[in-house]
Design a protein around this ligand. Structure first.
Ligand SMILES: [Zn+2]
Length: 199
């Protein structure tokens, strides 16, 4: 089995990187609230993920939960700038716990987005855990094809601390499968399916 870099189920992590300079096709602006107003890259997602996210945010609103986007697509060069800044500030070991190296970020796929409540409180911070917004996402994201990519208690498998705000589109079918098995994407693939070149 091989995985294409543009597949909704692509595995991108600390071990497997995207092809050099990879940029997804069909990046669009999802029609949802964001915690900022500028029309910039981090507002974008791949079309199929954007459409699913619009449904998710509308579904949450029906339950009285107001969600907003914090950070979606990120280019490899942007990730490089961010990562190098974190290393300068906290050192390599600490930076690797919360940030991906360039080419290794799910945000570069255009299929992942950090979410928060509409007030932007605790955006991409551990205090987001346990909020009604985080609980809603944990319970319902799967219905829309998203997974909580870095769950609690799986830090040694994903390589990341618990990130209740980072959701990753994998498609409804795979999301349901993972919800049932409780597997991370790494466990699903046995850690063995990198993305391959091409688009
Ligand atoms: Zn994220």
């Amino acid at each position: 089995m091989t995985a294409n870099a543009s597949a909704a189920a692509a595995l991108v992590n600390k071990q497997f990187r995207l092809p050099e300079g990879y940029a997804p096709k069909e990046l669009v602006y999802p029609d949802i609230p964001f915690t900022f107003s500028e029309k910039i890259d981090k507002r974008k997602l791949r079309k199929e993920a954007a459409e699913a996210l619009e449904q998710l945010v509308a579904g949450a609103a029906k339950d009285g939960i107001k969600l907003a986007g914090v950070s979606g697509y990120r280019s490899e060069s942007r990730q490089k700038t961010l990562y190098e800044g974190y290393v300068k500030k906290d050192g390599v070991a600490a930076a690797d716990k919360y940030s991906a190296r360039p080419g290794h970020s799910e945000h570069q796929t255009g299929l992942a987005i950090d979410m928060s409540g509409i007030d932007g409180k605790c955006a991409a911070e551990s205090c987001f855990a346990g909020t009604p917004e985080a609980e809603w996402l944990a319970e319902h994201a799967t219905d829309y094809g998203f997974i909580i990519r870095y769950p609690e208690g799986k830090e040694d498998i994903t390589g990341y601390k618990y990130e209740p705000w980072h959701i990753r589109y994998v498609g409804v079918e795979l999301a349901a499968k993972l919800a049932e098995s409780g597997d991370t994407l790494e466990e699903h693939y046995g850690g063995a399916v990198p993305v391959s070149g091409g688009n």
